[in-house]
Design a binder for this molecule. Structure first.
Ligand SMILES: Nc1ncnc2c1ncn2[C@@H]1O[C@H](COP(=O)(O)OP(=O)(O)OP(=O)(O)O)[C@@H](O)[C@H]1O
Length: 270
């Protein structure tokens, strides 16, 4: 299994319960989209899988390891096998695109090689090859602050493709792209992940893209799994239930309770 969660919950530092009783298994090489309304917990789930957050309860297994039991080098090794694609890639503005892409392998290189690569790009051909399918190879030596938001997102994707991780986690990876580019980029990402046997888990607001590109779709609502099924089995009712916005439907917004389970609107008087 690439990912296994059993009864996993997540409470943020301020006490907000973002995820509850998540049970999920994702096999090696599977491609899964996570959909759900704003605040449903998609990013929180991806951050758990990326090991930047720890579950408050339950069992989390990633690539055969329980990250909570790992420390130091072992944890770094596990992280080097996981590729993170951010909605806004955290790239230093003055950094060259080539350096940003090559940084994908910093976790796999020796300290000396990593430091050298930051000063002097070591694998120009490799970086170009990662950018080429995303039609960005002509920006190889551009500075990151000279790129548009959509181009930066593609640099973030190229960096993870160069990393060649076993598990790819993408949080709204095409949100800054126009519809045609978003479609093209998601197609390339899915095609490459599929060819390389990598698992790909992506959160998306664009339901049509999720259904079109991913064989399996998970619906997350208020921190809980509402459905988990093949994309062709997702129904209009599933989506209506997923996106039914109780706080918008009700005349008065809820004022008490800060967990997804308790932050439901009061019953309506008819
Ligand atoms: N660091 C944090 N501390 C406290 N609460 C948080 C934190 N991060 C997220 N939350 C809360 O957890 C809930 C889930 O947030 P999350 O970012 O996972 O949702 P999301 O589904 O990714 O939303 P969006 O689609 O808007 O990005 C939200 O109510 C959010 O306010």
């Amino acid at each position: 299994m690439s990912v296994r969660l059993e009864g996993v919950g997540l409470t943020h530092a301020n006490g907000f319960v973002a995820l509850q009783d998540i049970n999920l298994q994702i096999a090696h090489g599977e491609r899964v989209a996570i959909i759900g309304s704003s605040g449903a917990g998609k990013t929180s789930l991806l951050r758990l899988l990326g090991t930047s957050l720890r579950p408050g309860g339950g069992t989390l297994e990633l690539l055969g390891n329980q990250p909570g039991r790992l420390r130091g080098r072992a944890l770094r090794q596990l992280r080097s096998r996981i590729g993170l694609i951010h909605q806004s890639p955290p790239l230093p503005p003055r950094q060259r695109v080539i350096t940003a892409v090559l940084a994908g392998r910093l976790g796999q290189w020796s300290l000396a090689k990593a430091l050298l690569s930051l000063c002097w790009p070591l694998d120009i051909d490799g970086a170009r090859a990662a950018l080429a399918p995303l039609d960005l190879d002509e920006k190889l030596f551009a500075r990151c602050d000279q790129l548009s938001g959509g181009q930066l997102q593609r640099v973030g994707i190229a960096r993870v493709l160069y990393q060649n991780a076993e598990l790819l986690l993408a949080d709204e990876p095409v949100s800054s792209m126009d519809p045609v580019l978003a479609e093209h980029t998601l197609a390339i990402l899915n095609q490459l992940a599929s060819q390389r046997g990598q698992s790909l888990i992506a959160s998306l607001h664009a339901v049509d893209l999720a259904l079109q590109h991913f064989p399996r779709v998970i619906g997350l609502r208020q921190g809980q799994l509402l459905f988990d099924k093949p994309s062709e089995a997702v129904t209009r009712d599933d989506l209506q239930q997923l996106y039914a916005n109780q706080s918008l439907d009700t005349p008065e917004a809820p004022v008490h309770g800060n967990s997804p389970a308790t932050a439901t609107a009061p019953p309506r008087c008819v």
